[in-house]
Design a protein around this ligand. Structure first.
Ligand SMILES: [Zn+2]
Length: 120
């Protein structure tokens, strides 16, 4: 296991069970109850960007051809604690356990039904 300590870094990198391309459900806030695919995990800030969720209007300035400016809908980052992995089989947001298989590879499983989550 690699050491997490590194000089000059104050933010501790926390390992989250949510990864890019996971299906998640928002469990708090304006978009509560909605599901979407994780586009990015901002580990240092403990936030995730979920496709088509937590949309904010961005008023962007024109920057020449290709970006004419105007009001643009954009996904804002959500706090990672406000989203949960969505299990297809349970059809519900679930907690996830991490198990090491016989070959030592870690896999994530739904704590409720045991279904493997996001195998890649
Ligand atoms: Zn499940």
């Amino acid at each position: 296991m690699a050491s997490a300590k590194r000089a000059g870094k104050t933010a501790v990198k926390v390992k989250y069970k949510i990864k890019k391309n996971d299906m998640v459900m928002v469990v708090a806030g304006r978009d509560r109850g909605k599901t979407g695919k994780v586009m990015r995990v901002l580990r240092e800030r403990g936030r995730v960007v979920v496709e088509r969720l937590n949309i904010v209007k961005r008023h962007s300035k024109a920057r020449g051809a290709g970006s004419p400016g105007g009001i643009v809908d954009k996904e804002a980052a959500l706090d990672i604690s406000n989203v949960m992995i969505f299990c297809d089989r349970c059809n519900a947001p679930v907690r996830v356990g991490v198990k090491a298989g016989d070959d030592g590879a870690k896999s994530r499983n739904c704590r409720r039904c045991g279904e493997a989550i996001g195998n890649d």
